[in-house]
Design a binder for this molecule. Sequence first.
Ligand code: R5P
Length: 322
Amino acid sequence: MDWGLKNRLSSIIKPQNNRALMLAVDHGYFLGPTEKLEDPKKVIAPLLKHCDSLMVTRGVQRASVSATADTPMVLRVSGGSSIIGEDLSQEDITVSIEDAIRLNASALAMSIFVGSKYEYQTIVNLGKLVSEAEKYGIPVLAVTAVGKELGKDARYLSLACRVAAEQGAHIVKTYYCDNFEKVVQSCPVPIIVAGGKKIPERDALQLTYNAIKAGAVGVDMGRNIWQSEHPVPMIKAARAIIHGNLNVDQAFKLYKKLVSEEPKKKPQNNPNQKKSNNKKKPQNNPNQKKSNNKKKPQNNPNQKKSNKPNNPNQNKPNPTKK
Ligand code: R5P
């Protein structure tokens, strides 16, 4: 393995403990503005210093990541389909090696769709990408995509991970499953585990712990960090498992402590509600008084009595005050 490739790889998987914490923010490449990742710049900024590397598309890297950041970039270079398109597996390589070098990528990432309609295209693309990237000493991370029609058990994931490694991928990203040790054991290159859909924080920490115990080098986690109400405590807790060897109870305790220490967010709606209430009160009360005052000069006390029961519409403005 060339020095440059080893060097880049060691910036992603830390050589001192063979562990990795990758923050995934590439979801928009097929999902568009994913919930809580609508503004990638805001999401990435406070988390960047807590991850070992960032998995990102070139668009978001250029627009939303400071060029002064020293965090290694794992650049997604595949795409071509969206969540509303016909077939998510129809991906191609969308970024040239020259652009990846301009972006100072520490690794390139692409998905393969083993068992799908477009498996041939994506697997051949992986082989070609490895050949191209190795010319420049850049490692390739293969993502074993899963979908409705694709399995997510140890048998399927072992097959998909092994296929990726056989094509020369230097790291394989896959999903955690029962008997995950089997997936790890039959894959000759390091495996990193995706976080998957948002689950309760403790469960996501459990997944992190289990993945490492089964032999993964770490997690490439996205939604379970930035879709948490407390992204920074969450990434710190995951980091404490990966690099601090905390168990799940200890990490969750740390998460709760960090949450309790976060500056309390001011409730966003209450101040506005107060303002609008304050505005409404003076607006409506004087009108009510005026209308009462107008009636008073008529000097007909009987009208007062008759207006109350006979004019229920007078009460209608009150609910609108709320
Ligand atoms: C999927 O292929 C995307 O590349 C994400 O990077 C990946 O799913 C990891 O993110 P999450 O932890 O949200 O599943």
